[in-house]
Design a protein around this ligand. Structure first.
Ligand code: SAM
Length: 248
């Protein structure tokens, strides 16, 4: 059987594509990509002309069995997303699961990942952290969702888009308290890379007053709740467990 290679690609700087990623992309029978036009540009830059197959949220479930058939028949395939590591806020989980269930070898070519890149420069506790992906788009849902994370003791990592970064930071300040420390990592590895740190209140003000700081792609890293927050979270869980037991 073939191998399914899960290949990380750059999050901005083309120089971050590893030599092994380039070699694998050039040697497989086909590359499953989120956006084939986007990936074709990347391949053109490294002189690779491997056939591309569109694999996205909407067709992944349907396509996975056919791809597994090709793998079983001996073809090796690569999976990439538009940027960074596949499966991290990106498609691929269903295909990887289907391949594993079929006994196909799934092998990573690790590389760029925005959440890890942001954490590595944030200067916030990094021994334990939680990745929460994108906050809900609608304000009411986002506020409720953030409120539920307020007692989390681990460092929190979020992805955010340009049009919601300011609202998300303001809602985070309201939910976590404006004096909580945070980092806004923007356009990592790109020309306008900026890493801002400060309290949530200060970051809301900074991002709110400078339109340039609302352009591009963002990772928000927030320090976890202190001892108090952790204790509140533990107490909340204890009460919840008691209630759940009562209601059973
Ligand atoms: N799979 C990707 C990874 O490994 O990081 C993430 C894909 S997710 C759909 C895209 C989000 O990742 C963006 O909205 C942004 O929050 C974050 N992101 C991607 N590239 C970034 C960069 N160069 N700088 C900051 N954030 C980035």
């Amino acid at each position: 059987a073939g191998v399914l290679h899960v290949v990380a690609t750059p999050i901005g700087n083309l120089g971050d594509l590893s030599p092994r990623a380039a070699q694998v992309l050039g040697s497989v029978a086909a590359i499953c990509a989120e956006d084939t036009r986007h990936t074709r540009q990347l391949l053109a830059q490294i002189g690779v002309s491997t056939p591309l197959l569109a694999l996205h949220e909407h067709n992944e479930e349907a396509l996975a069995p056919r791809l597994v058939e090709r793998l079983r028949a001996g073809e090796s395939l690569a999976l990439v997303s538009d940027a960074g590591t596949p499966l991290v806020s990106d498609p691929g989980f269903r295909l990887v699961r289907a391949a594993r269930e079929a006994g196909i070898r799934v092998s990573p070519v690790p590389g760029p990942c925005a959440l890890v890149a942001a954490l590595s420069v944030a200067g916030l506790p990094s021994d334990r952290f939680v990745f929460e992906g994108f906050a809900p788009a609608k304000a009411a849902a986002r506020r409720e969702w953030l409120a539920a994370l307020a007692g989390e003791p681990r460092t929190l990592i979020f992805y955010e888009s340009a049009h919601r970064i300011h609202a998300m930071l303001a809602d985070a300040a309201a939910a976590f308290g404006g004096d909580r420390r945070a980092v806004v990592a923007r356009e990592l590895t790109k020309l306008f890379e900026t890493v801002l740190d400060g309290t949530l209140d200060a970051l809301v003000a900074r991002v709110g007053s400078d339109a340039d700081q609302r352009r591009g792609e963002f990772v928000v890293v927030v320090e976890g709740a202190g001892e108090d927050g952790a204790a509140r979270l533990a107490e909340g869980r204890r009460v919840y467990a008691l209630l759940a037991a009562e209601l059973r």
